[in-house]
Design a protein around this ligand. Structure first.
Ligand code: SOE
Length: 412
């Protein structure tokens, strides 16, 4: 006879519930749904996560999405989520031009907001969001921005090493984020329309590496001294019907028409900058760097050592210890999956590697930690912090267009 187990399940009732309302059902909608679903399983969280509702633009699509990803209910109007008393946090995964409207309405309704990066498509929108967040903060409302790469264990570890003084004085930051999906056959997605995206590779990719450089070094960019922007593919096919979900790289599923439209964003932006601690830095973003699919790289050279990260080998951090005797020096490949590395203990045993989605899971977990009054593993940028990244983006574009250096203090 089998014995009945008497062990009691821990009651979720001892925790307060955090209702999530997700706006957006495409690439990021999936990444975030997975994150909200997985975070309470991998992390011990101070609040119970309730995947309350998702909003999208088409009734049929949002209903299917909702069922597949485990949301309780859905709507084709994001306003329904903002007025839902069971929702405590609005997760904004909309295209860049919608970030401000949804986020500001949610803050005004007393909801916490977690918004996708970049903070906005334009500096004006970003400033309005920062100001709304400041006002809401006085009532205890919090904001978060999904700069997911901060939460790769290797990137968080790099931040810790710099913080502990392991690199000493920093001389160089060399960051590049290269992709190659933006060739001539990719149609005129929203990401190529200035009115919707704000910018191209610049806001999409440079935003990430500016945030990573600021996060790892703890320094601010103070001046953009030179910059260049280029749009290689001036016209793209207009999509007559999307025939399904279109994410950044969903071009294959688009139904093309015979008409062409103008691409109104950059395909590549490169710039050089000065940092507050005296380091000099270079940033490079492109969607036409053939052979580089999602190569988000950063290298930092300091007095006592150097480090290198490449997202295509995201579980590793390359480390050079310059304090060793010269005959012992060499690059070492640190597998950042040991239980002592940030986040690693929450997932699998050593060398059972993590992937793209884990950054989002860890960010969802850290968000709940903050809202439950606990410390995140590493800081999550709020709207004020992400606004600093946006100022750097703006300075680089002004520099490229006016062909003169731009101090960040000029960008208000
Ligand atoms: C498309 O370029 C994209 O999905 C970005 O929008 C993401 O932020 C990046 O993580 C991967 O590439």
């Amino acid at each position: 006879m089998t014995k009945k187990t008497t062990a009691k399940r821990p009651s979720p009732m001892k925790h307060t519930t955090l209702g999530i309302g997700l706006v957006g059902t495409k690439f990021m909608g999936k990444a975030h749904s997975n994150a909200w679903m997985s975070a309470p399983r991998f992390f011990d969280l101070p609040l119970v996560v309730n995947m309350r509702a998702v909003a999208g633009t088409k009734v049929q699509d949002v209903a299917e999405f909702s069922q597949r990803w485990g949301w309780q209910c859905c709507s084709d109007e994001w306003q329904d989520l903002v007025t839902d008393p069971q929702i405590g946090l609005i997760d904004n995964c909309t295209p860049n031009h919608v970030h401000a409207e949804v986020s500001i309405a949610a803050l005004a309704a007393g909801k916490h907001v977690a918004c996708e990066k970049p903070l906005a498509g334009t500096l004006d929108d970003a400033r309005r969001m920062r100001d709304a967040a400041k006002k809401a903060a006085a009532k205890g409302i919090k904001t978060f921005v999904w700069f997911n790469y901060r939460r790769c264990p290797a990137v968080a570890f790099a931040h810790q090493l710099v913080n502990e003084g392991k690199l000493g004085r920093i001389f160089h930051v060399r960051a590049s984020y290269l992709q190659d999906w933006g060739g001539p056959s990719t149609p005129l997605l929203w990401r190529f329309q200035g009115k919707l995206a704000g910018s191209g590779a610049h806001g999409d990719l440079n935003a990430h590496i500016i945030d990573m450089a600021r996060f790892i070094t703890g320094e601010e960019v103070t001046e953009v001294v030179g910059a260049i922007e280029e749009t290689f593919i001036k016209e793209r096919d207009i999509i007559e019907s999307t025939g399904g979900a279109i994410a950044g790289k969903g071009a294959k599923r688009a139904v093309r028409g015979s008409r062409k439209g103008k691409s109104t964003v950059d395909d590549a932006v490169l710039f050089m900058a000065r940092m507050s601690g005296g380091a000099i830095a270079s940033f490079e973003a492109s969607r036409l760097a053939t052979g580089n699919q999602n190569r988000n790289q950063i290298e930092i050279n300091g007095e006592k050592g150097s480090l290198k990260f490449d997202f295509e080998r995201m579980n590793e951090l390359q480390w050079w210890d310059h304090t060793l005797p010269a005959r012992m020096r060499g690059w070492s490949r640190v597998m950042c999956t040991d239980a002592t590395h940030p986040y690693a203990a929450n997932y699998w045993p050593a060398a059972h590697v993590l992937g793209y989605e884990h950054g989002f899971v860890s960010q969802a977990a850290d968000t709940v930690m903050v809202l439950g009054g606990k410390k995140p593993v590493v800081a999550i940028p709020d709207f004020a912090d992400a606004y600093e990244t946006q100022r750097v983006l703006e300075a680089a574009i002004r520099c490229a267009r006016t062909r003169r250096p731009v101090a960040i203090s000029e960008v208000k």
